[in-house]
Design a protein around this ligand. Structure first.
Ligand SMILES: Nc1ncnc2c1ncn2[C@@H]1O[C@H](COP(=O)(O)OP(=O)(O)OP(=O)(O)O)[C@@H](O)[C@H]1O
Ligand SMILES: [Mg+2]
Length: 497
């Protein structure tokens, strides 16, 4: 049992390693050959049996007929008549090889052998007088069906007829040859059909295999060819759908990566700009402290010294008044410097008030009309300071852009605090610009200000929307969500209040 199992496994392993085409062709040709040869063998035997049966029947009939017709001539010893009878039996039947008549003592009276009667043949078959006797003789010429028919119950003699199976064998052989030819033709036809069938079946599979190889090498643009909507076709369609999904995911991934790279570049450039700006600001403050505040303090010192050495009270008073003026100017300078660094109003009074102050200076500096509408800031609680600073800096950048690029006559600013978000809109009536193009531009350095606005807003989960086109003015809309942290802070303010 185990041996059979092992053998079956071996056969399966060999058959499994052979490609599909060979398997199908092997099965088709094998089945055709098996059935063809089986049918040939069966038909061969059946046909032979049936012909032999007929041969035996005819041999008995011919034997009996010869016996019946030989009775009278034998009784009157008419040898000529007897010879005519045996010769007729041979000439009218192609299968009859010989015929002869024996008298009651077994002596051959007439026969059809031209070149001498075979000695042993006379005794090779006999009858007991009750009926015809059939005997198959193995002769030099092959098998002979020898029939011995008694004449008048054997009292007068015996008629003998010999049938050969030559014609029978020829017929059986012809039939067998024909069947074998049919089998070979059927095998060739089966083979051709199998080649076509396997081509039809394997072509889509080979195509699928080729596509799968290309996909494995990373090419997601290839697609399987759909030959028909059968099972293989459906597999191909599913495979293609899968590839479409993969390709979409790959494209998305590539886009996301590109976006990440772009963002990374933007950030690093923004960082560089921030650091440079900080350095420049420090230099400016240092210069201002040195040139202005330092000068003022020096002149304060000089003024005090002069006052100290004044000879009269009136002169001392005059000097002290001048020194006070210098001190007041210095105080103003220091305040301006401090305010520029970070408007203290923003910390003390909140966003609308700080913006108000900034706008006054802005109007003076650039001569552009500005108006500010704020709603939702009536009650006391303040926005979280990071939201206030973010909005302040974004509005400041937007206004600087208006001053630098817009050629605008007026700007309007709307501040709207409407939980769950606070929105600021800066709208100018300037020349506008192609915002979509600038924002898409790969040169981040040319849009660092706008990028910085977006970065600041996104740090707080907010968004900046810039709408502009040529000669249409520009609108910058910032929305910052007042999330949990913001609400908590305002609640804390209430508690403190
Ligand atoms: N209000 C506006 N009106 C017209 N053009 C504008 C306006 N705001 C921005 N732009 C255009 O968009 C460009 C990008 O603005 P962005 O603020 O990013 O850079 P910038 O102002 O040129 O330089 P900086 O980095 O110093 O801000 C500007 O160069 C300008 O052409
Ligand atoms: Mg700018």
């Amino acid at each position: 049992m185990k041996r059979w199992r092992a053998l079956a496994l071996d056969v399966w392993a060999i058959a499994g390693a052979v490609d599909l085409r060979t398997k199908i062709m092997g099965i088709v040709v094998g089945v055709v050959l098996l059935f063809g040869l089986g049918a040939t063998t069966l038909v061969h035997h059946g046909f032979e049996e049936s012909l032999r049966g007929q041969l035996e029947k005819r041999a008995l009939t011919v034997g009996r007929d010869l016996a019946a017709r030989s009775t009278d001539p034998l009784l009157v010893n008419d040898l000529f008549q007897l010879y005519s009878l045996v010769r007729d039996a041979v000439s009218t039947n192609e299968d009859v090889r010989y015929a002869f008549v024996q008298d009651s003592s077994g002596q051959v009276v007439v026969h059809t052998f031209g070149d001498g009667f075979p000695r042993l043949l006379a005794t090779a078959n006999s009858t007991d007088g009750t009926g015809s006797q059939l005997q198959i003789l193995n002769t030099e010429e092959g098998l002979v069906w020898d029939v011995a028919s008694p004449i008048l119950g054997g009292k007068v003699g015996t008629a003998r007829v010999g049938f050969t199976d030559h014609r029978l064998r020829d017929a059986v052989n012809a039939m067998t040859r024909w069947l074998l030819l049919t089998t070979v033709l059927a095998s060739i036809t089966g083979l051709l059909a199998a080649i076509f069938l396997t081509w039809v079946l394997t072509q889509p599979l080979l195509n699928l295999e080729e596509v799968a190889h290309k996909v494995a090498r990373g090419d997601l643009t290839v697609r399987a060819h759909i030959w028909a909507k059968d099972e293989i076709g459906r597999v191909g369609m599913t495979f293609n759908a899968m590839l479409d999904d993969l390709r979409r995911a790959q494209v998305k991934n590539e886009e996301a990566t590109q976006e990440l790279i772009r963002k990374e570049q933007s950030r690093s450039q923004l960082l560089t700009k921030v650091i440079t700006a900080q350095e420049e600001e420090r230099q400016r403050i240092a210069r201002e402290l040195h040139d202005q505040t330092g000068q003022s303090l020096t002149s304060l010192l000089v003024g005090l010294k002069v006052a100290e050495s004044a000879s009269t009270l009136g002169e001392a008073r005059e000097r002290i008044r001048q020194v006070r003026d210098v001190a007041a100017r210095t105080l103003q300078e220091v305040r301006t410097l401090a305010w520029e660094l970070r408007p203290s109003l923003l910390d003390d009074l909140g966003l609308p008030a700080a913006l108000d102050r900034y706008l006054t200076l802005y109007k003076q500096q650039y001569g552009i009309e500005v108006d500010l509408h704020s709603t939702g800031f009536e009650h006391e609680d303040r926005l979280p300071s990071e939201v206030e600073v973010t909005l302040y800096r974004i509005i400041q950048e937007a206004l600087t852009n208006v001053a630098r690029h817009a050629k605008a006559h007026s700007v309007s600013i709307v501040l709207d605090r409407r939980p769950p978000e606070v929105v600021a809109v800066v709208e100018d009536d300037g020349q506008g610009f192609d915002a979509a193009k600038v924002l898409r531009s790969s040169d981040v350095r040319s849009r660092l200000g706008l990028y910085g606005m977006q970065e600041r807003a996104s740090l707080l989960g907010g968004t900046v929307l810039i709408e502009s086109s040529h000669r249409q003015g520009t609108t910058v809309r910032v929305a910052i969500p007042l999330n949990g942290a913001v609400i908590r802070q305002s609640e804390a303010n209430h508690e403190v209040g």
